[in-house]
Design a protein around this ligand. Structure first.
Ligand code: ZN
Length: 350
């Protein structure tokens, strides 16, 4: 009797264990299924729909408004109020149009000479259309663009494009950005990530401030340009930058100076994307070039000549608007804001 009782108990325990394993397997696989769909190459429209549905959990809508001026002290209550206001102002749904205004090709202004490239390759480059995905990241990892810096100086600098590389995988990077980071020092983001297969992933709308290059300055024809937007952090280019990152090849997941470089699809997608920003060639730069910490060297093994050759073949438009709309409570007397002079920019920081 004791033997049978023990056997029944053992069988019950075994049954429970099997049930647990089945439940766990279903849970894990349903989680994977979302990513598998995210990566599926041939389901573009489905993917966009799914992505939008997924991001409803994060932040259903995002305002296009600028913020007026950074808080000079970072008390948690003011930051909470700012986030709350951002959510209250939210009205526009997240669609592809939120990241670039679709324009018919016939209305686009052609500014290319195309002299150095054969007509055939121009035609081929112009017919290139990358796959696009939306993966809006967690709102702790990006912020509003500011109309004034922390001391009240106007910040209306001409936008720049800053190129990066992920060093790790694209999915690992996106996961990091989709993770809430309540501590300011942990927050980071790009506007765009370009996968090795050339897929463009929209992470942060262009009117928002991605946290791509802390402690940085752009030195162009107007002199040094940077904006201080945080009481504890150095000035940076983030307030007027559009950050684009290329997925690093697996042989570059280390800190060496070089790797095997980027795919032709990545260069083509990059040229396609940058041609839609309206940013002039002399304001396209790299994280390495704007970095002031001396620690950044990305994007490694990047060929500017290959990129600019492809960029020349593209029809230039302004589908991607790197600017925000002034908030309704912005003082009217201050508009239009005066052009910021290089000498008035307060480059502080460590
Ligand atoms: Zn970088």
């Amino acid at each position: 009797m004791l033997f049978f009782s023990m056997r029944r108990k053992a069988l019950t325990a075994l049954l429970l264990a099997v049930l647990c394993v089945i439940t766990l397997t279903i849970t894990v696989n349903s989680g994977r299924a979302q990513w598998a769909e995210f990566e599926s190459p041939n389901q573009r429209d489905l993917h966009l729909v799914k992505s939008v549905a997924q991001l409803q959990d994060i932040e259903p809508t995002v305002t296009t408004h600028c913020a007026l001026q950074p808080e000079s002290s970072k008390s948690p209550s003011t930051i909470a109020r700012s986030k709350q206001r951002n959510l209250l102002n939210s009205t526009a749904p997240i669609t592809l149009e939120r990241f670039r205004q679709l324009q018919p090709a016939s209305s686009a202004k052609d500014e290319n000479s195309g002299e150095k490239i054969s007509a055939q390759s121009v035609q081929s480059a112009r017919s290139y259309v990358p796959r696009e995905e939306i993966a809006l990241i967690h709102p702790t990892n990006y912020g509003d663009r500011f109309l004034l810096d922390i001391q009240g100086n106007p910040t209306d600098l001409t936008p720049i494009v800053v190129l990066h590389e992920t060093v790790g995988s694209a999915n690992g990077t996106i996961n990091f950005f989709r993770t809430p980071h309540p501590r300011d020092e942990d927050q980071a983001s790009y506007h765009i990530l370009i996968r090795q297969n050339g897929t463009i992933v929209y992470l942060v709308p262009p009117d928002k401030r991605a946290f791509g290059a802390g402690n940085s300055v752009f030195v162009g024809t107007n002199g040094p340009e940077a904006v201080k937007t945080h009481p504890s952090f150095p000035a940076s280019v983030n307030n007027f930058a559009y950050h684009i990152s290329l997925e690093t090849p697996p042989d570059g997941y280390h800190n060496s100076y070089t790797h095997s470089g980027y795919t032709t699809s990545q260069y083509q997608s990059l040229a396609w994307l940058v041609s839609k920003t309206g940013v002039p060639d002399n304001r396209i730069t790299t994280h390495k070039a704007v970095d002031r910490s001396g620690q950044r060297m990305d994007p490694r093994s990047f060929s500017f000549s290959k990129f600019f050759k492809l960029l020349q073949t593209q029809t230039k438009t302004t589908e991607i608007a790197i600017r925000c709309t002034p908030p309704p409570d912005a003082p009217q007397s201050k508009a239009p804001v005066k052009q910021a002079k290089a000498t008035s920019i307060n480059i502080q920081g460590r």
